[in-house]
Design a protein around this ligand. Structure first.
Ligand code: ADP
Ligand code: MG
Length: 334
C-alpha cells in the first residue's frame, strides 16, 4: 500500500505549490476566515498553514490522514452541487506519504487541542494532547525526503517560491472575505486583511482594491474598470484591465465561479470576444472576475486539479459574460 500511496501522491503533490493549494483549500472548507502561511526554502523545508476554522475532533484525526477518508461528502446526492473544494479525501494521505507531517487542531476555545504526526513510511498516527487555539495547523517538513526522484524535479527555491506565490495569489483573490498572511524565510511577504460583511459597501470596495493592488500591482488598479452586472440568477463582478493594459502573456487572468478558481474555454472565449469586439490586438487582457451562479446550474468537480467547470446552460453563461464585459468596455471608450 505504501507504494500505491507514493504513486498516487504524484497526482496531487507535484511540488510545494500543490501542497499549499490543498492545505489552504482545506482551511477554506473548514470555514476559516484567517489563514496564515509560513514557508522556508521554497516550501521544501517547511510549509506551515494555520487556520481558525472548525478544527478536527480527536476521534477523526487518524481518519483525516487516511486515504479516501473525507468528512465532506455524506451521501451521493451531496455530489450534486457540492460546495466544498475537496471531497476525495486524498490530499493529506498523499502529502503525508512524501513528507514529515504534523497536524495540531482544536475544535473549541479551551486552548486544548490534539496533535498527530505522520512521517513518510511509518504512518501509525499517534494522537497526543497539544495546546492550540480553535482551528488547525498543518506543518509539512522535508517534502519528498523519501522520494529522491521527485525531489530532483524541484527547481530553485526562487522558482518554487514563485509557484507558491501564484497559488497564494489565486486563493487570496478568490476569497476577499478571508484574511491571509504569507511569510517566507521569516519575512512577511503579504498581509491581507479580510473584507468583512460588517463593513459598508465603500469600505469593502476599498479593502478589496487594496488586496488586488498588493497582489497584482498598483498599475493594474489604475488601468482597470470595475465590473458589476447582474441578471436573474447570475452576477459578474470584479475588475477588467483596459485594453491598453493587455500583456504579452496570459499570466494575469483570474476567473472565479462561486469562489473557486476556474480556467474554462467557454469563459475565456466570452471574455476574448468582448475585448476583440471593442478594439483589441493580439495581446492578453488582464482581469479578476467573480461569477456567482446558483450552485445547481454548475458542476465544478469535473476534475480535481484542472479547474474546469460544466454549466447546465453554457450558452446563457457565455452570452451573459460577453454582454456584461462588452457593455462595460465600450462604455469606457466613449
Ligand atoms: P478532502 O479535503 O478531499 O476531504 P483531505 O485529504 O484534503 O481530503 O482532508 C481529509 C480530511 O481532513 C477532510 O475531509 C477534513 O475532515 C480534515 N481536514 C483537513 N484539513 C483540515 C482543516 N484545516 N480543518 C479542518 N479539517 C481538516
Ligand atoms: Mg482537501
Amino acid at each position: 500500500p505504501r507504494l500505491a500511496n507514493q504513486i498516487a501522491a504524484g497526482e496531487v503533490v507535484e511540488r510545494p505549490a500543490s501542497v499549499l493549494k490543498e492545505l489552504v483549500e482545506n482551511c477554506l472548507d473548514a470555514g476559516a476566515d484567517q489563514i496564515d502561511i509560513e514557508l522556508e526554502a521554497g516550501g521544501v523545508k517547511l510549509l506551515r498553514v494555520r487556520d481558525n476554522g472548525c478544527g478536527i475532533d480527536p476521534e477523526d484525526l487518524p481518519l483525516a490522514l487516511a486515504r479516501h477518508a473525507t468528512s465532506k461528502i455524506l451521501t451521493l446526492d451531496d455530489l450534486e452541487g457540492v460546495a466544498s473544494l475537496g471531497f476525495r479525501g486524498e490530499a493529506l494521505a498523499s502529502i503525508s506519504s512524501v513528507s514529515r507531517l504534523e497536524l495540531i487542531t482544536s475544535t473549541d476555545d479551551s486552548g486544548k487541542g490534539w496533535r498527530v504526526v505522520a512521517e513518510g513510511r511509518d504512518m501509525q498516527p499517534q494522537v497526543t494532547p497539544a495546546p492550540h487555539p480553535q482551528g488547525t495547523s498543518l506543518i509539512v517538513r522535508d517534502l519528498f525526503f523519501n522520494t529522491p526522484a521527485r525531489r530532483k524535479f524541484l527547481r530553485t527555491e526562487r522558482t518554487e517560491f514563485s509557484h507558491l506565490e501564484e497559488v497564494f495569489r489565486r486563493l487570496a483573490l478568490s476569497r476577499p472575505d478571508v484574511g491571509f498572511s504569507l511569510k517566507h524565510q521569516g519575512k512577511l511577504v503579504h498581509q491581507l486583511p479580510a473584507v468583512t460583511a460588517d463593513q459598508d459597501a465603500a469600505a469593502a470596495q476599498d479593502a478589496s482594491m487594496q488586496r488586488i493592488a498588493r497582489l497584482l500591482g498598483r498599475e493594474f488598479m489604475d488601468q482597470s474598470l470595475v465590473v458589476d452586472s447582474e441578471a436573474s440568477g447570475i452576477r459578474l463582478h470584479g475588475w477588467v484591465g483596459l485594453p491598453v493594459y493587455a500583456r504579452a502573456q496570459a499570466d494575469r487572468q483570474y476567473f472565479f465561479v462561486n469562489g473557486r478558481v476556474v480556467r474554462d474555454k467557454l469563459v475565456a472565449h466570452a471574455i476574448r470576444q468582448a475585448y476583440q469586439d471593442v478594439l483589441f490586438g493580439g495581446r492578453h487582457p488582464v482581469f479578476v472576475l467573480h461569477l456567482e451562479v446558483d450552485p445547481q446550474v454548475v458542476d465544478v468537480n469535473v476534475h480535481p486539479t484542472k479547474h474546469e467547470v460544466r454549466f447546465r446552460d453554457g450558452r446563457w453563461v457565455h452570452d451573459f459574460i460577453f454582454s456584461a464585459l462588452h457593455k462595460r468596455l465600450s462604455g469606457a471608450l466613449i
